[in-house]
Each structure stands twice: as C-alpha cells, then as structure tokens.
Design a binder for this molecule. Sequence first.
Ligand code: HAM
Length: 417
Amino acid sequence: MKYNGLKGMEDILPPDIAAWQVIEAGARDVFSRYGFQEIRVPILESTDIFIRGIGEATDIVEKEMYTFTDKGNRSVAMRPEGTAPVVRCFVEKNLQTLPSPQKFYYSGPMFRYERPQKGRFRQFYQIGAEAFGVAAPSMDAELIIMLKNLLEVIGLSGLNFEINSIGCAECRPAYRQALLDFFSDKLVEYCPDCQRRYETNPLRILDCKIERCGALRHGAPIVTDYLCESCRKHFDELLSILNAFKVPYTLNPNLVRGLDYYTKTTFEVTSEHLGAQKAVAAGGRYDRLVEEFGGPATPAIGFAVGMERLVSLLKEKQSIELPSPKVFVATLGKESELEGFRIVETLRSHGIWAEQSYGGASLKSQLRRADRLGAEFALIIGDNELKAGKAQWKNLKVKEQGEVAIADITALFAITS
Ligand code: HAM
C-alpha cells in the first residue's frame, strides 16, 4: 500500500529547507533587536476563539476552518492564524502585567481549507509578530519598519507596502452605511458571496477577488474619507513617520483584510512575482480584541509573513544549493575502518561535517559516494598507511592530492574550512 500526502499539505525538503532556515534565522535575529520574544501557542484551540476573534462572517470562519469535535465533546479547531491564539494566551496568562509594551513573535503551521493553488496551501507556515500596549502610531511604524528590515536581511528588498486605515467603532458605522447605499442599486449583479456580505459585512465586498465584483465597485466610497478625527490623526502621523524613514508605500483604500478584528491601520506586503496570491505578509491594528477576549482594554498591532511565498521569492532570486560534507573518509581494511570512524568523530567534534563509509565497500564505490555527496575532500586510509601513521587526501573539486600525518588531520581541515 502506497500513501500520498493530503491535498494542499506539502512536504518541505532539502534543498528548499535551506531557504526556510534563512528566513527563520533572519526573523530571530531582527525581531530580537526590537525586543520581541518568542512564544509558542498550541495548534489546537477552542473553535470559539476563532469565531469570536476572526469574525463569524469571514471566509476563514464560514468555509475554511479545520474544526472537529474531540473525544471530550468539545468543538476544537486547528488554528487558521496566530493572532487569536496569542490574544487568548495574553488574556489567560495576564501578560499585560509584564513591562509594556509586550512584544511577542511565533512561528508554525496554520490550517485553512482553501482551494490549493500556487502560493495557497491548506497547511502553510507563518512567522508572526504582535505588540501589545501602545496606541501611538510610532508602534505601527516600528512594526512596519521591522518587517521591512526582515525582508531586507533575508535578501528581499523592493517589495510593495500597501497601507490603509479602516477606522474604528466610531467612524465605521457611517462608512458602512455609505457602502450599503452605494451597493444597494446593483446588488443583484454581485456574486452570491457578495450579496451575502451585503447583509453580514459590506466592507468585505471591497475584498472580493471576482473580476465582475471588482468592476462593479468602481467609484465606491473610500474608507479614509470617513475616518473620525482620532483615526485620521493616527493615520497621518503614521504616514509621516514612514516618510521620514523613507519606507516606500502605496495607499490602498480597498485593503480591508479578510479578518474582522482590525481597527485603524491595515497593511500588506505584495510582490508581482507571485501571481494571484501576491501577499507575502499582512497585518494591522486590533485595538479591541484583548477586551473582547475578556482582558483589560489594550491596544495591539501585529503582522504575519507567509513562509511558502517568501521561500518561492527567495528561490527565484538565487539558486539554493544542497549543503555538502567537507571530508569523506574512505577506509580499506578492518583496522583502518575503526580508525576512520574515530577521525570522522574527531572532525565532527571540531565543527567539521565529515562522512564515513559504512562496512567494507570497495575504494571505487566509496569514492563514488564521496562524489555524489559533493564532499570537498576524500581522506583515504588503508591498513599500511595506518601503520605508518599517515593518510592520503584528495581534493575532489580541484583534483589535488597529498599525504597527511593522522595526528595533523584536524588541523589540515580546520585550516581549509
Ligand atoms: P493573513 O493575511 O490571513 O493574516 O495571513 C498572513 C499571510 O499568511 C498572508 O499574507 C500570506 O502570505 C500567508 N497565507 C495566508 N493564507 C495562506 C495560504 N492558504 N497558503 C499560503 N500562505 C498563506 C493573518 O493571518 C493575521 N493573523 C496577520 C496578523 C497578525 N494581523 C495582526 N497580527
């Protein structure tokens, strides 16, 4: 019986894994300089936190959640995103008592039952960052600049930053009404999803990817024209900081995002090289969520990067090579085999990647293996060489060779590293 992986759930293999590790190391490095600490929250959470956090009338909650009833008859969901679990944790563990601002990052798999296509998976990985406790726009700017730095550190500069403000509880009702008025006379021409959204959440119509709906919303009221004074001021201040730091951004008034918890600032980083799924990172402010989850009123903002999409951009920019061993130790004879094993272990303990031959193959086949592994050097030890305390070395890349005293092997390869 042969089994296949599930649709939309990918195996991540070498050499691609090297690109994943570059991004993960870059995130750890950059985030730590901004004071973000790692937290790990579970993959399974109670379904309610996503319904409450992301919103009942969103695509994620309506169609895409991996939800099931566990053996204790509880409805649980495999997290479709990380913000709601982090906020659940923040409230449950009283993290507001830590010195403010509280800054956290996380990484791991997320699950959405979407139609798989290029750049869209059912299991995908995010690295996310969330900052709690600061309402000022300088926090929005810091987060956006940190994201830009992360992208630059991993070798991706020049991506588009799209920015919007979707207002707050005070200004949203007037905008919502303006949208309802605008959409009402052509409602029958919209897709069935948008007709439903008209009732549940008209802002979402601005986000519909169906071409016809896109054409129909031409001339729709623009959210930033409806911002209250405080949201307007916040947005203007954010933009002026981004200008001061020369962050290149474009204003996108249709950037309403697919999750309901956002207030004020929303943003996305996009690349034209990715096709339809062009957002590599996205985020925004969610000043009400901590309170909605039963915590004290706490402003917050965060973002998440999509790992698969970043990896695909990195692979396009540079070929990713499989790492290869420095030394392959080939041996001839029982005694030299044990000595070979010892040399390999010594090299490894000095931080050098060394490989050995397992169990009496011919020299020819051992050297063939060394070649296939891409080893830089082969070290050859026979019983005679062993008696003389010597070994032969061959540089497999430039076809040089020589002899080395067994006692000097570590030094030889440490120097050529
Ligand atoms: P999101 O826009 O749903 O936001 O996802 C963030 C990023 O995850 C997207 O820009 C994309 O790169 C990646 N992504 C999303 N769905 C998929 C998929 N099916 N396959 C591959 N990649 C995908 C959030 O998840 C928010 N929690 C972000 C946030 C954090 N907002 C505030 N804090």
